[in-house]
Design a protein around this ligand. Sequence first.
Ligand code: HXC
Length: 511
Amino acid sequence: MSIQTEKVRELVERRAKARLGGGEKKIETQHAKGKLTARERIEALLDPGSFEEFDMFVTHRCTNFGMDASHIDGDGVVTGRGTIDGRIVYLFAQDFTVNGGSLSKTMSEKICKVMDMAAANGAPFIGLNDSGGARIQEGIDALAGYGEIFERNILSSGVVPQISGIFGPCAGGAVYSPALTDFTVMVKNTSYMFLTGPAVVKQVTGEEVSQEDLGGASVHASKSGVTHFAAENEQEGIATIKKLLSFLPQNNMETAPEKPTADPVNRMDDSLNEIIPDNPNKSYDMYGVIRSIVDDADFFEVHKDFARNIIVGFAHLNGRSVGVVANQPDMLAGVLDINASRKAARFVRFCDAFNIPLLTLVDVPGFLCGTQQEYGAIITNGAKLLYAYGEATVPKVTVTLRKSYGGAHIVMSCKQLRGDVNYAWPTANIAVMGAEGAVDVLYAKETPEAKAEKVKEYNDLFMNPYQAASKGYIEDVIEPRNTRFRVIRAFESLEGKRQGIPAKKHDNLPL
Ligand code: HXC
């Protein structure tokens, strides 16, 4: 065997060994927990044969606690680049089979390298997390590693899409990298995120809680909103990341890829002409309206289980990616509360940062009142959504279906927040407040009969879209069944939109 052949054989062997990570036994343990390995996850995520690995032979430099006796190539993370649907992404996947995927300084250097490459090359960055946190033996070096990652998350924010998959433990300060990224996908029963685990919680507060109830996927998807997606299993989590990317551009200088459709632009839906109930206190399902308008009824919802009184997600309109924001009358009458405002504000800001036009469907009775909301700062949180719409310079098309009252009317992408095209259905009520409430304020001392008379007068005068139309606050009153055609045409007319904001270091969003 020639020297060269021998060296090639050595390379092949070293690679094979590195690919085994912590070894077959640890891989078995990983599988027994219902989890894939880092490499299996990457294989499932990327186009076949597209993965190019970097830094496979990197090892840690720690000598504390006998660590110098054990070096595993790759040091607990697999990094590199590949393609998804033919589009480049940079990624890392932590390998729990090596020191529990714990973060060493060298692991952070590997991760930072792909983050830098993603930013420099304008490609999305994906992190698949499965880690015991800071590598305890490395002490402060591991913390420095986290700091380096966080700083890059921040600098890349609004430059390239950043997506975190949480496919195992993610605890302590480690949770802050996913929190800084644009979207987080968790897997039910095998992943969790919390600052301190159940044992520490019991010690500090006396509260007894399971891992799943403290920081599992369902909790973060429905209660805290920390995760945008809770997948049933890892395969579904990976499919979610892929689908999400299909609506996004590669970076903030590009637009999202088009998705050709056979769905006719002028497809009418007669059922929309009858969807609004006669009784204003009755609800209807906004999902049906969204699916009726968008291409092929394909709506990809974000934050599905969190603040369900508002709906946000992605769809295509005549092949072009749009962000949809819609009040949901079926849940709390579609009222805006703290969580709904936070949820929608974050989504609107993401879309604006990445050139994704916004379609807003309005049916909102107002902001939720009461001490719980006031003490929780509904004022500041509501202002987030107001701010997000007001600063957004992407094309904004708004359709008011029914109620649009008071401050909530302004917040939901009204004309004065630089809404580009604002339509209303004939069933729209665009007013300061509902009739009963208004009459109670103006005619508090009147008899019920006199009040009823005034309610009728108020309804006749204000509970329609024509007051707003007569002042140019909406562009047109449209037939509901024709909404798809009208919004597509509106977005087409806005394709060349160029709008700016005053020069500033950065804004001061109410936080
Ligand atoms: C070094 C670690 C480790 C860590 C796990 N391991 N976490 N090694 N540093 N942080 C090692 C274990 O010793 C074990 O090694 C292997 O990984 C697998 O771990 P197990 O405990 O056997 O696995 P499991 O039973 O599944 O439990 C997983 C776990 C648990 C719940 C994550 O390992 C755990 O509680 N780890 C410690 C978590 C933690 O406190 N991290 C530090 C947080 S502070 P062997 O050799 O036996 O296979 C932090 C600060 C970040 O992260 C601040 C950022 C700003």
